[in-house]
Design a protein around this ligand. Structure first.
Ligand SMILES: Nc1ncnc2c1ncn2[C@@H]1O[C@H](COP(=O)(O)OP(=O)(O)O)[C@@H](O)[C@H]1O
Ligand SMILES: [Mg+2]
Length: 458
């Protein structure tokens, strides 16, 4: 459960944010100002701080660094406080939350704060050794290449390396190089200036810049085309990048991790991967064994996932029966940890009674073993998450206003129709709309109303 510290007055919009957070299960603590907030942090700690942008956030963050208190801070304020927002971000705030707060945004922030990346589960001797190596290498700043079949946990390991490095306070940014066509990938990576190409309506910072001070994971780098490979090499060697359409290079301080499920040496031999980039990345590499080669991890991972998904479903954690264990150990997991995770997730939802038996565990038919060069294994999609009600924690009048405006625009402004749908009198509807207008809320016009922009020119 996330512990949230709110710094500021709970009377106004921050109070609304607090109600949303509590409705999402957060534990709430509050302080009237940054000095009091620091005292609460010393006393209680927190997973997330929401701080009114009017306070001296720079001072608080410096004090936290000095006292080695690690906690993300999100500045909040009215969107019109643009300058204050910029100051807060410069001072090191993780993000800026415009008030009044959007419930989904708060939920996402809480989730991100409490779901600190799972430390990789590792019990098998092969993984214990690999994790030790990874933790040692994390302290250096060199690029690393992580290899392994799809679903073995390359991204999990990359996050662990970031979290164990001296860059842990900076961002961890991951980009799947296989997911985007070349030109899009290029602007995702390097960013672009306004007007650099048609559709570039505003300047945008790329992933390299977003990862400033932190770590950038180039996932599936084996799929990247050679022209971009050359640009990546330059970024690593020169520590600078060029935005598309940019006037000059931008210095970057980013650690590059790369991951692939391909055999890059073979790709080099086949002329599909640049040899110089390969050598640059492969100074040290970490190979994650497929799950079938580290059977000592199967049950600890199953335990980990059953606990996690039980918690996510608000159910108590249950033990596996011995025949469930036997089944899990006998399978050869072509989809690796990802496949195991999906199987356990399903089992948690399917199992009846107070244990998880073999009957709840559905496994794919034994697929032929796949070698490292085989592309993505197809695993069944995860079961749908329970829809979270977006209304809990919101104020009645806010919900009512949105419902009314939304209904009205669905009815193309027709007051009579909207009132019918809403089950209120047209008079009540008119009064509400009048009130909203007086508070500056845009109200859909009645049909036939001539809007200024529709008046004939001249
Ligand atoms: N050692 C591990 N401990 C806990 N979860 C893991 C571990 N390895 C993989 N996972 C989980 O398995 C899934 C696949 O991992 P991921 O890192 O995305 O694999 P890859 O990048 O190699 O395809 C993710 O949901 C991840 O959280
Ligand atoms: Mg991956």
């Amino acid at each position: 459960m996330a512990r949230l510290l709110i710094i500021g007055s709970l009377e106004a919009e921050l109070g609304q944010a607090a109600r949303i957070a509590m409705a999402r299960g957060a534990r709430l603590d509050s302080a009237e100002g940054v000095t009091a907030g620091l005292a609460r942090l010393r006393a209680e700690g927190a997973d997330l701080i929401l701080c009114d942008v009017l306070f001296d956030i720079g001072w608080l963050l410096q004090a936290m660094v000095a006292e080695r208190i690690h906690c993300p801070l999100v500045a909040c304020g009215r969107t019109s406080d643009a300058e204050a927002a910029v100051r807060a971000i410069r001072a090191g705030a993780r993000d800026f939350l415009p008030l009044p707060a959007e419930p989904d945004l708060i939920a996402a922030m809480l989730e991100a704060a409490s779901a600190e990346p799972d430390a990789p589960v590792h019990r098998d001797a092969a993984m214990v050794q690999l994790m030790e190596r990874a933790t040692t290498l994390a302290r250096a700043d060199a690029s690393l290449l992580i290899t392994g079949e799809s679903g073995t946990g390359k991204e999990v390991l990359a996050r662990h390396i970031h979290a164990s490095s001296r860059r842990f306070r900076g961002a961890f940014v991951a980009l799947n190089c296989a997911a985007l066509p070349e030109t899009l990938l290029e602007s995702e990576l390097f960013g672009h200036e306004k007007g650099a190409f048609s559709g570039a309506v505003a300047m945008r910072r790329g992933k390299f810049e977003q990862a400033e001070g932190g770590t950038l994971l180039l996932d599936e780098i084996g799929e990247m085309d050679p022209r971009l490979q050359a640009k990546i090499l330059r970024a690593i060697q020169e520590r600078e990048i060029d935005r598309l359409g940019g006037a000059g290079p931008v210095r970057i301080d980013v650690r590059i991790l790369a991951a692939t499920n391909r055999d890059l040496a073979r790709e080099v031999a086949a002329g599909r991967f640049r040899e110089d980039l390969y050598f640059r990345l492969n100074v040290v590499s970490l190979r994650i064994p497929p799950l079938r080669e580290r059977s000592g991890d199967i049950l600890p991972l199953a335990e980990h996932f059953s606990e996690r998904y039980a918690r996510a479903n608000g159910a108590p954690r249950r033990d596996f029966t011995p025949d469930a264990h036997a089944l899990l150990l006998a399978h050869d997991w072509p989809g690796n940890v990802r496949e195991l995770e999906n199987a356990i997730h399903r089992a948690v939802l399917l199992a009846e009674g107070d244990v998880i038996g073999a009957d709840a565990i559905e496994l794919s038919a034994r697929a032929p073993r796949l070698d490292a060069a085989t592309p993505q294994v197809v695993v069944p999609p995860r079961p749908m998450q329970k829809p979270v009600t977006a209304l809990v924690g919101r104020r009645m009048e806010d919900v009512e206003r949105e419902l009314i405006i939304e209904t009205l625009s669905h009815c193309l402004g027709n007051r009579t129709r909207a009132a019918e749908l809403l089950g209120i009198s047209i008079r009540t509807l008119r009064n509400k709309l009048q009130e909203y207008r007086s508070h500056g809320v845009a109200v859909p016009p009645a049909p036939g109303t001539v809007m200024p922009e529709h008046l004939p020119a001249g």
